[in-house]
Design a protein. Structure first.
Length: 186
């Protein structure tokens, strides 16, 4: 993630990365570049850009409402970046337990049709994906590794066809299928 100061003094974030793909017997599931909100919808990119401070910032100061640690958000992120190997584990099986930093999971009934997207909730993995399929925890680690790329053939084939645009435009803002290509790769 890159953060810079905007012209009006605010911060502008640019998130880079890709969805994590898990290959199962029943197809692929994706942990998106979006968190899971309290109302079971994918969170915004702005929310995702706060994950480093949420998970790795000074927890005591955060609980006291005194974040950021430094006077400048960029200084906070630079301090966090200097801690490779630091890890946090999230229990995403209980709705709301991991806050909105737990990833939003989806799968596709038909891997060639993005309109077949289905949200998946970790507390229902076994019910949806079969006996024994459970999410134990999600680990987030600070690393200085370069951003890796998935094989494009594993990514859903989002296209700007009129059928897709019509389908997507018909979804309500409360529909958890309201996910775009940007939730898979930045």
């Amino acid at each position: 993630m890159t953060v810079s100061k905007g012209l009006n003094g605010g911060y502008e974030s640019k998130l880079r990365g890709e969805a994590i793909i898990v290959h199962l017997l029943k197809g692929r599931i994706y942990a998106l570049l979006a968190g899971r909100s309290a109302n079971d919808l994918p969170t915004s990119f702005d929310n995702m850009s706060l994950i480093p401070e949420t998970l790795f910032g000074d927890i005591g100061r955060g609980k006291a409402g005194k974040l950021p640690i430094h006077n400048d958000r960029i200084e906070d992120l630079n301090a966090i970046k200097l801690q490779p190997g630091l890890m946090r584990s999230l229990d995403c099986r209980v709705p709301g337990a991991g806050g909105d930093v737990c990833p939003f999971f989806v799968r596709f009934e038909d891997s060639e049709d993005v309109t077949s997207i289905q949200p998946l909730y970790p507390e229902k993995f076994e019910e949806e994906l079969g006996a024994g399929v459970v999410l134990k925890l999600v680990r987030v680690e600070i690393t200085d590794d370069p951003v890796s790329r998935n094989d494009e053939r594993d990514m859903p084939p989002y296209k700007s066809s009129s059928d897709f645009v019509r389908w997507y435009g018909g979804l309500s803002v409360e529909d958890p299928r309201r996910v775009t290509q940007e939730n898979f790769a930045q």
